[in-house]
Design a protein around this ligand. Structure first.
Ligand code: 8YV
Length: 324
């Protein structure tokens, strides 16, 4: 029999999936919960043809040059801002991600985070747990409404559209969005979505949800001057990537009452969260878990597995990102 391709599994995944992968591949399994340091990643990749990674390993030109045998990188995430795709293409390294399988789960969470921020769910739970709940008050944790308000979506890809559907069809929200490309009229019509400029989006949204990929062009897409356009009664939810929002400017806007509340699943320096955000009561903070339902996290691993299997058996990779 031909030798099995040597593959590095850079993160702990579900044990049954790892065991199945070990049948097809000569697997080096980094099953520690600590992410590999750049140095350890470089060492463990020596002699490997394939890599299964998450969104946290930095794949640079330098790393690729140090690992010349590497042919295939399969990500278990949809975002791929951690991978220098041009450098991979230039070296003939194929890269795949894990789109589609996480769309609905991630949209569910984005919607939940937006609602939690608007209705002050975390803030009020902390109050209750502290033992501060002594009596009913007419304005106790009175927040913002969701139903019938304007949902603004920044980035209208697969996840953005799934959030728009929830807002329009489930909660009677008016949907506006800003994206580089407009949806086709037949995609806009069922949800009544309207493309607007970024400025109009910021001015008109009651609830802004950010779902753009992180690229050099989207770095600090929402910064001080953008937050200044928003209604003081509005909320901001980010399930895209830290770095799309200026965390310090956001904390300032929240502290000064220029924005009612925020829901954040992603941060500029994960897993560190800026102390100014931690100090804000009116922000719901979660540790990058928008795609984390058990079935979806399994599906993400399985799609990453399928991409590797296809790559090494000469079949088209289901979600190949680059061609050369
Ligand atoms: C991952 C994500 O959990 O798919 C993505 O792009 O952000 C998440 O699903 C995260 O990237 C972990 O590395």
């Amino acid at each position: 029999a031909a030798p099995k391709p040597r593959v590095l599994l850079a993160r702990r995944i579900f044990p049954d999936i790892a065991a199945r992968m070990a049948e097809a591949f000569d697997l080096d399994y980094a099953d520690d919960d600590q992410p590999l340091s750049p140095e350890a990643l470089r060492q463990r990749l020596q002699g490997k043809l394939g890599l299964l990674a998450s969104g946290t390993e930095q794949i640079t030109a330098e790393l690729l040059d140090a690992c010349p045998e590497l042919r295939v990188i399969s990500l278990m995430t949809v975002g791929h801002n951690n991978v220098d795709l041009a450098a991979c293409s230039a070296r003939g390294v194929r890269v795949s991600n894990a789109p589609d399988v996480l769309t609905e789960t991630t949209a569910d969470f984005g919607f939940a985070l937006m609602m939690a921020a608007a209705r002050r769910i975390s803030e009020s739970e902390h109050y209750l747990r502290r033992g501060d709940w002594k009596q009913w008050r007419v304005d106790l944790f009175a927040g913002a409404d969701i139903h019938g308000t304007t949902l603004g979506i920044l980035g209208m890809g697969r996840i953005g559209q799934a959030i728009a559907r929830r807002g329009a069809l489930g909660f009677g929200m008016k949907v506006i969005y800003h994206n580089r490309s407009r949806l086709a009229p037949e995609q806009e019509a069922p949800i009544g979505a309207r493309w607007v400029s970024k400025e109009a989006l910021l001015r008109e949204a009651d609830h802004l949800v950010i779902v753009v990929p992180y690229t050099p062009a989207s770095h600090h897409l929402v910064a001080e001057q953008d937050l200044a356009l928003m209604k003081p009664s509005a909320t901001l939810t980010n399930i895209a990537r830290g770095g799309v929002v200026d965390d310090v400017a956001l904390a300032r806007a929240l502290q000064q009452g220029r924005l009612a509340a925020a829901g954040l699943d992603v941060f500029e320096r994960e897993p560190q969260v800026h102390p100014d955000l931690l100090a804000c009561a009116n922000v719901v903070l979660t540790p990058h878990i928008a795609s984390a339902s058990v079935p979806t996290r399994r599906a993400m691993c399985e799609l990453a597995e399928r991409n590797l299997l296809a790559a090494f058996s000469g079949r088209p990779m289901p979600s190949l990102l680059n061609s050369f």
